[in-house]
Design a protein around this ligand. Sequence first.
Ligand SMILES: *[C@@H]1O[C@H](CO)[C@@H](O)[C@H](O)[C@H]1NC(C)=O
Ligand SMILES: *[C@@H]1O[C@H](CO)[C@@H](O)[C@H](O)[C@H]1NC(C)=O
Ligand SMILES: *[C@@H]1O[C@H](CO)[C@@H](O)[C@H](O)[C@H]1NC(C)=O
Ligand SMILES: *[C@@H]1O[C@H](CO)[C@@H](O)[C@H](O)[C@H]1NC(C)=O
Ligand SMILES: *[C@@H]1O[C@H](CO)[C@@H](O)[C@H](O)[C@H]1NC(C)=O
Ligand SMILES: *[C@@H]1O[C@H](CO)[C@@H](O)[C@H](O)[C@H]1NC(C)=O
Ligand SMILES: *[C@@H]1O[C@H](CO)[C@@H](O)[C@H](O)[C@H]1NC(C)=O
Ligand SMILES: *[C@@H]1O[C@H](CO)[C@@H](O)[C@H](O)[C@H]1NC(C)=O
Ligand SMILES: *[C@@H]1O[C@H](CO)[C@@H](O)[C@H](O)[C@H]1NC(C)=O
Ligand SMILES: *[C@@H]1O[C@H](CO)[C@@H](O)[C@H](O)[C@H]1NC(C)=O
Ligand SMILES: *[C@@H]1O[C@H](CO)[C@@H](O)[C@H](O)[C@H]1NC(C)=O
Ligand SMILES: *[C@@H]1O[C@H](CO)[C@@H](O)[C@H](O)[C@H]1NC(C)=O
Length: 370
Amino acid sequence: MFITPFFLSLLLLLAQLVRSDCECGYTVNATLYTDLIETDFLHLANITTDPDWQPQNYTASPALARGPYGKNASLTNVLANPLKSKYDWAGDGINGGDAGLQILVRGGVPADGLIPMGELATARTDMFFGTFRAGMKVTPTSGTCGAFFWYFNDTQEIDMEFLSVEYNASSTPVNLVLQSTESEEAGFNAAQTGTFKVHQLAFDPAGAFHEYRFDWSPESVSFYADGVLLDNMTQAVPTSPGHLTLSHWSTGNPDWSAGPPITDAILTVQYLKGYFNSSDPARQRDWSKRCKDHSAVNATCPIPEITESPNGNVSAKTFFFSMQKNETVNQTVSGSKTSEGISMEIPWDTRTATTVVLLLSIMWLAFYGL
Ligand SMILES: *[C@@H]1O[C@H](CO)[C@@H](O)[C@H](O)[C@H]1NC(C)=O
Ligand SMILES: *[C@@H]1O[C@H](CO)[C@@H](O)[C@H](O)[C@H]1NC(C)=O
Ligand SMILES: *[C@@H]1O[C@H](CO)[C@@H](O)[C@H](O)[C@H]1NC(C)=O
Ligand SMILES: *[C@@H]1O[C@H](CO)[C@@H](O)[C@H](O)[C@H]1NC(C)=O
Ligand SMILES: *[C@@H]1O[C@H](CO)[C@@H](O)[C@H](O)[C@H]1NC(C)=O
Ligand SMILES: *[C@@H]1O[C@H](CO)[C@@H](O)[C@H](O)[C@H]1NC(C)=O
Ligand SMILES: *[C@@H]1O[C@H](CO)[C@@H](O)[C@H](O)[C@H]1NC(C)=O
Ligand SMILES: *[C@@H]1O[C@H](CO)[C@@H](O)[C@H](O)[C@H]1NC(C)=O
Ligand SMILES: *[C@@H]1O[C@H](CO)[C@@H](O)[C@H](O)[C@H]1NC(C)=O
Ligand SMILES: *[C@@H]1O[C@H](CO)[C@@H](O)[C@H](O)[C@H]1NC(C)=O
Ligand SMILES: *[C@@H]1O[C@H](CO)[C@@H](O)[C@H](O)[C@H]1NC(C)=O
Ligand SMILES: *[C@@H]1O[C@H](CO)[C@@H](O)[C@H](O)[C@H]1NC(C)=O
């Protein structure tokens, strides 16, 4: 059978329908991650309707919270403050001030001694090694702990913690912690262990948005700020799958959060991006089905590095695979997809495409013969 232009175009169509970009995953240099979560909080109107996230509602007694005060995490302290227009990447939020997700610690001490705070966790708990990034601006109000962390249990945990009491003209630290059995033995005072490090940042984290990141591999956890390596820890590296959490709290403990704050304190998050491997057998099966050839063009996609603080009033635009047409097929990315082409997400599989080609070929043969 000779190749007609019509038939050739059908073959090309078939090739297009069955492949998409990044099918084998997302890379940092040679390290590959198969799955992703991306949330654009600059355009997210309602956090309680986003299936990727679970705003937390719990209380912890002073004893449990290890402070003079306890905690009261409620949905009222996790507030969406998106940009006014879904097409913009700059300006104030709809409620004024910095756009993004606001996580609050309320000022003052309520009668029951449980300090009102905000926290949200990912619905997915299958994150098993990965690179995790949050664009955030911490509060300038003294007396809170802002935390971006990965969690499995109290001895397998990766933390980046910001203590607003520590900020002044000559001090802008971030606390990096891997919780461990050692820190458990020390009464969860990681300061006594080898996997607690304080790094002075080159900027004021309460002054502008910056990207905080940790890369977790079986051998190590490396921490970054605006793409600059802060630390690489090789002890107490977690060995189980877990989830991500963003939290803003205070217990009045003078050795950690201090506070509680006198006025409402706001931590603002512009985005969260995680590229990771899944411990879920169903996700692993999805991956081996869709990743047919690692070496094909665009089978793997490099994750762009953020090296400068995205300025919320000029442009806070950063790259999202989930906003491109063709780069998150067979993944679940439910965060707000705006501003750019929204994925067609037509699940054309090989069978569907083959059926289409067969039907059209039969029509061709019926009308014109070979
Ligand atoms: C999707 O990606 C594949 C493979 O890289 C490419 O051939 C195709 O043109 C892309 N389709 C669209 C609609 O961008
Ligand atoms: C990736 O490779 C570049 C160039 O060799 C290097 O500078 C960078 O540190 C590497 N990144 C990681 C996370 O290993
Ligand atoms: C993630 O999973 C892929 C596919 O199994 C594997 O090639 C890759 O090495 C894994 N990455 C890490 C950091 O374990
Ligand atoms: C968000 O959605 C929930 C559930 O649909 C609704 O109860 C709540 O009022 C919404 N919040 C805002 C700020 O729109
Ligand atoms: C939060 O938890 C309290 C106590 O368990 C419950 O009464 C309340 O309905 C919950 N609120 C929401 C919004 O889920
Ligand atoms: C926790 O905070 C919520 C929201 O402010 C409030 O309605 C609730 O009564 C508080 N719960 C406790 C036990 O203090
Ligand atoms: C956390 O999980 C690990 C691995 O299952 C276990 O060895 C450790 O005892 C757990 N820690 C706590 C505090 O439960
Ligand atoms: C700044 O904060 C650091 C850490 O809390 C503290 O040790 C130092 O005394 C403070 N400096 C000033 C000038 O307040
Ligand atoms: C961290 O240390 C591990 C183990 O020595 C090494 O393989 C890895 O390349 C280091 N990572 C970075 C970013 O330096
Ligand atoms: C796909 O490959 C082309 C050519 O190498 C490259 O320019 C483009 O950035 C790649 N796309 C992605 C999403 O990595
Ligand atoms: C943007 O401008 C508003 C109003 O002037 C200000 O409150 C906010 O801090 C600015 N945000 C950034 C990220 O510079
Ligand atoms: C991925 O595609 C397979 C069919 O090839 C489907 O069974 C599975 O549910 C899809 N997974 C996701 C997360 O969309």
